[in-house]
Design a protein around this ligand. Structure first.
Ligand SMILES: C[S@@+](CC[C@H](N)C(=O)[O-])C[C@H]1O[C@@H](n2cnc3c(N)ncnc32)[C@H](O)[C@@H]1O
Length: 372
């Protein structure tokens, strides 16, 4: 049996990619994680008992990387350079500098990693940063797969369209002078990548993801003042029988209630048609925010206490599994000192572990490093 793959988790946040490795049952160790956010690092340490390095990634040297002797890079860089809110400055945005630095370091390493996984927002696929990344990988003889996927395609009732790249270096790589990759590249939008047969997954009802909250719990109620200032704007209101929620962003829990994620209706359950021009009628619906635990479940982090009735059938190492709540350890838990708003921010910045796990299992890693 081969040794566990040594991984570096760059921009680790609360460790979404580390959880995905565990969910995918990859024989791997995260030998170093990097993030400059001290609150994220506190959560990471609490769960993985390992303190990420606070060293900024754009200052890492070849020596820093080489001494970790890693065969795999897990990379989820900041998304602001590629979003409208972040002004879409792409490679010119200082927040893209760390990713560009990693791309520039790659050819300088005596042993570049065999496996690379990258996650980012939709729009990254049309960025100069992505162009620079794939050209470098192609020159170094990596086999590249790129896709845009959202969790509901894999049976999770949440919308979160994200760009994913897997790159595996060919054995006996032949380095090229120039790359022609971008001219022939395909960004897949369904899975399996080949053919048009999108996975048919039953998406479970949201009720299975909801917590039972104590009666009169105020903590998660949407303040009436946030709702009363809206006129004619639609909110994404969900109920336990629905099967989709919108993308949770880092602004969730704040007054940005129109665009940051779904709100749960808790009163007047007979009302299913909403009058967007009558905000007091919306206040009467008893809207609440999703709890951090519910968001963690929708992002497929392993958290205790919920079970879906999905048969534990034998599965292939090359086909995505039907979604079932991850149970592997450690679970995602927050230290008491992390406030509710900080939890929302960290979760909004994070990723869907199930989508990543299935890409790691079925596309990136070779079968001999996947545990059955
Ligand atoms: C999109 S989030 C990644 C979230 C992570 N995948 C998770 O599961 O929580 C990007 C992270 O990069 C970190 N970051 C941004 N610039 C950095 C830099 N130059 N060096 C190290 N970390 C950085 C941010 O603090 C943030 O946590």
């Amino acid at each position: 049996m081969t040794d566990p793959v040594r991984c570096i988790e760059f921009f680790c946040g609360i460790g979404g990619l580390h959880y995905a490795l565990n969910i995918a049952k990859i024989r791997a160790n995260v030998v170093e994680a990097f993030d400059v956010n001290e609150i994220a690092n506190k959560v990471y340490l609490h769960n993985f008992k390992k303190n990420p390095s606070k060293k900024t990634i754009d200052r890492l040297t070849e020596k820093d990387i080489e001494k970790l002797d890693a065969g795999c890079w897990l990379v989820s860089p900041p998304c602001q350079p590629y979003t409208r809110g972040g002004k879409m400055q792409d490679i010119e945005d200082p927040r893209a500098k760390a990713l560009v630095h990693l791309i520039d370091l790659l050819p300088k390493l005596s042993t570049p990693p065999k496996y690379i996984f990258v996650e980012n927002v939709k729009n990254f696929e049309i960025s100069q940063s992505r162009e620079k990344l794939v050209r470098q990988l192609d020159i170094m003889d990596y086999e590249i797969n790129e896709c845009l996927l959202t969790p509901e395609q894999l049976g999770v009732p949440n919308h979160r369209m994200r760009y994913y790249l897997t790159a595996r270096r060919r054995s006996n790589p032949v380095t090229k002078e120039v790359s022609d990759y971008t001219e022939k590249s395909i960004i897949h939008t369904s899975w399996p990548f080949s053919g048009s047969n999108e996975m048919q997954n039953d998406v479970p009802e949201l009720g299975l993801f909801f917590e039972t909250l104590p009666r009169g719990e105020e903590k998660y109620q949407v303040p009436a003042k946030y709702i009363l200032k809206l006129h004619g704007f639609r909110l994404d209101i969900v109920r336990s029988t629905d099967r989709i929620t919108s993308c949770v962003t880092k602004a969730y829990g704040s007054h940005h209630i129109m665009t940051s994620g779904s709100l749960v209706q808790t009163k007047q359950m007979d009302i299913t048609e909403y009058d967007w021009n009558d905000p007091p009628s919306l206040v009467a619906l008893g809207l609440r925010f999703l709890t951090p635990t519910e968001i963690s479940r929708l992002h497929a982090f392993p958290v205790p206490g919920y079970q879906l009735r999905v048969p534990n059938a034998p599965y292939s190492k090359k086909e995505p599994r039907p979604f079932s709540p991850p149970t592997c350890m450690p679970h995602l838990d927050f230290p008491d000192s992390v406030t509710l708003n900080q939890r929302y921010k960290l979760l909004g910045n994070s990723l869907n572990c199930w989508v990543v796990a299935e890409l790691l299992r079925c596309v990136l890693f070779e079968e001999d490093v996947i545990m059955s």
